[in-house]
Write a protein that binds this ligand. Structure first.
Ligand code: FAD
Length: 552
């Protein structure tokens, strides 16, 4: 459908992920007309999604609703994963929050205090954290019968953690206790279904008359005069072959309208670059591209900002153990060849193993490592029952808050983005922390009777093991990408690192904002979706307080 040229919006929000849905809801709650654009198709059943295995036929559930079907993103990403980036990402309604493992953590205070500028410190975020938790409380017991299923993996790893002095707690009751602690993984699941922004913020937004959602609609680039955005050029995704979308140009309310980019770390960078905002080398690539070159905004209008730099992700390093007590469940099989008793339990009473997120997460543990550079780096250990044999568990070490290494994302001539500099272990002390952490965990788990090591092997030197794993997204990636449009007071037009100011407004523009993972200056301790939603709440507060049009 061509977009109407007469209908304008106070806010156009581009991208419906962890950042986009909450901010769209808050802006519409304040009485503004809001258009939320999503390039992907509907996902969960509530929003008329249709992708599902045979055993969900006749129900209002899709693959995105059932926690036990999370693994399907790896088995069949077609039509779900973003096709214009070289790493995994969800390009459906809900973005990452529709496809992820729903892990849900109250941020550690240091996630804000270490990484973020003034106005975005832990003390500024507490009330927003409370708001988010009142809407999305999360649970560590997803099954409605109140039971946890197949806990042998949890019990096995816990023995080692207990022996090493880790304290078990309910992690979200103690967000500031993330050193030598562990607990059950917590998920944004309710009624044994994926909840999160799709089931909360989007529901309240959609009830308002002045809110509209267009799926299957790509924001191609912004239409602007100098630093003032007047509208968004649209493309109907894949020519409309995936479902009804919109094309043409949609405009913001003249004079006062604003655009919020929430297209994710890669998506927001891409829209900016296509709109003539970014480093000159990148804008020249767009200028030379077959698709955009001839119609790109002229170079005297370009705004030179460090879009794409400061890219970061958790450094993921997998270790693997085996223990005869550990029991594997074939979540991949649950798609095409499920165990009837398990689908019955899920469908009839929202209970059983399929209420738990695949592939059966074990304990999540945290520790801080003090490096010889004096820096403190946070490690999150995330274990799951999956590996090279039926008794194996993979334990991923996520190196998070405190890392120094950063990477870069660039645009290519076909206008796909690519991680040109992976952000992993470019700093020797980041690597030191990874090695130290694995040495420690190896010692801890070796105290568990009957446990054997798969990776590293019992006799393998840990430094050699860590060096043997390439520092690439394929081997180290954690799907927790942040950076690319960093927030800060150091204006990127004059040599600073920041793309957006403390109101999340893009430097050099008067009505363009970025609200998603891309503004994070550094990585969080745990999986980041809750922190991104909290940041969106903070951004909504600041944006709503700004007078229009704001000064350049
Ligand atoms: C496989 C996987 C597992 C994960 N597991 C967890 C987990 O368990 N817990 C956790 O906290 N985090 C997890 N994450 C990370 C988390 O989901 C992301 O950090 C988060 O969703 C990022 O939020 P965002 O708003 O920045 O972007 P996204 O959520 O990616 O949303 C961006 C949205 O914008 C849309 N978009 C992009 N470009 C355009 C355009 N030009 N026009 C219109 N729409 C556009 C995309 O389709 C997408 O829907 C996981 C991620 C993945 C991929």
């Amino acid at each position: 459908t061509p977009a109407s040229t007469s209908q304008t919006y106070d806010y156009i929000v581009i991208g419906s992920g962890a950042g986009g849905i909450p901010i769209a809801d808050r802006l519409s709650e304040a009485g503004h007309s809001v258009l939320l654009l999503e390039k992907g198709p509907p996902s969960s059943g509530r929003w008329n999604g249709t992708m599902k295995p045979a055993w969900l036929a006749g129900t209002n559930l899709t693959r995105f609703d059932v926690p036990g079907l999370f693994n399907q993103i790896w088995a069949d990403p077609t039509g779900v994963a973003c096709e214009d980036i070289d790493v995994m990402g969800g390009c459906v309604l809900g973005g990452g929050t529709a496809v992820n493992s729903a892990l849900w953590w109250k941020p550690h205070p240091r996630d804000w205090d270490l990484n973020f500028p003034s106005g975005w410190k832990n003390s500024d975020m507490t009330k927003h954290t409370d708001t988010v938790w009142s809407r999305i409380p999360g649970t560590y017991i997803p099954s409605k019968d109140g039971k946890l299923y197949l806990q042998q993996g949890f019990d096995t790893v816990s023995k080692g953690l207990d022996a090493a002095g880790f304290k078990q707690l309910v992690p979200n009751d103690h967000p500031d206790e993330k050193n030598f602690t562990y607990g059950h993984s917590t998920f944004f699941i309710e009624n044994a279904e994926r909840q999160g922004p799709l089931a909360t913020y989007l529901v309240t937004a959609a009830k308002r008359e002045k809110f509209q959602l267009w799926t299957n609609t790509v924001a191609r680039r912004l239409v602007r005069t100098g630093g003032h955005i007047t509208g968004v050029e649209l493309e109907c995704n894949k020519g409309g072959s995936v479902g009804p979308g919109h094309s043409g140009t949609v405009n913001v309310t003249p004079g006062t309208g604003r655009v919020i980019l929430s297209a994710g770390t890669f998506g927001s960078a891409k829209v900016l670059l296509r709109s003539g905002i970014g480093p000159t080398d990148q804008l020249n690539i767009v200028k030379s591209s077959a698709t955009d070159g001839a119609t790109m905004i002229s170079s005297d209008q370009w705004i030179n900002l460090p879009v794409g730099y400061n890219l970061n992700d958790h450094v993921g390093t997998d270790i693997q153990i085996s223990h005869p007590d550990v029991v594997f469940y074939d979540f991949y099989g649950a798609w095409s060849n499920p165990i009837k008793a398990d689908t019955d339990a899920y469908l009839k009473s929202r209970s059983g193993i399929l209420a738990q997120v695949a592939p059966n997460l074990g304990p999540i543990a945290w520790q801080q490592i003090k490096g010889s550079d004096g820096g403190i780096r946070h490690i999150q250990w995330q274990s799951r029952v999956e590996g090279r044999n039926k008794n194996a568990m993979t334990i991923t070490q996520y190196l998070g808050t405190g890392t120094v290494s950063r990477g870069r994302v660039v645009i290519q001539s076909n206008l796909n983005t690519r991680v040109s500099i992976p952000p992993y272990l470019r700093d020797q002390y980041d690597k030191e922390a990874v090695i130290q952490g694995i040495e420690f965990m190896k010692g801890a788990l070796s105290k568990v009777n009957g446990l054997t090591w798969i990776a590293p092997t019992a006799s393998q030197n840990i430094t050699a093991f860590v060096n043997s794993i390439p520092a690439t997204p394929g081997s180290r990636g954690s799907n927790h990408w942040i950076g690319s449009c960093t927030i800060g007071t150091d204006d990127g037009r004059t040599g600073g690192k920041a793309v957006v100011d403390l109101d999340t407004k893009v430097y050099g523009t008067d009505n363009l904002f970025v609200v998603d993972a891309s503004i994070f200056p550094g990585i969080t301790t745990g999986n980041p979706s809750a922190a991104i939603i909290i940041a969106a709440e903070r951004a909504a507060e600041r944006i709503l307080a700004l007078k229009s049009p704001t000064k350049l």
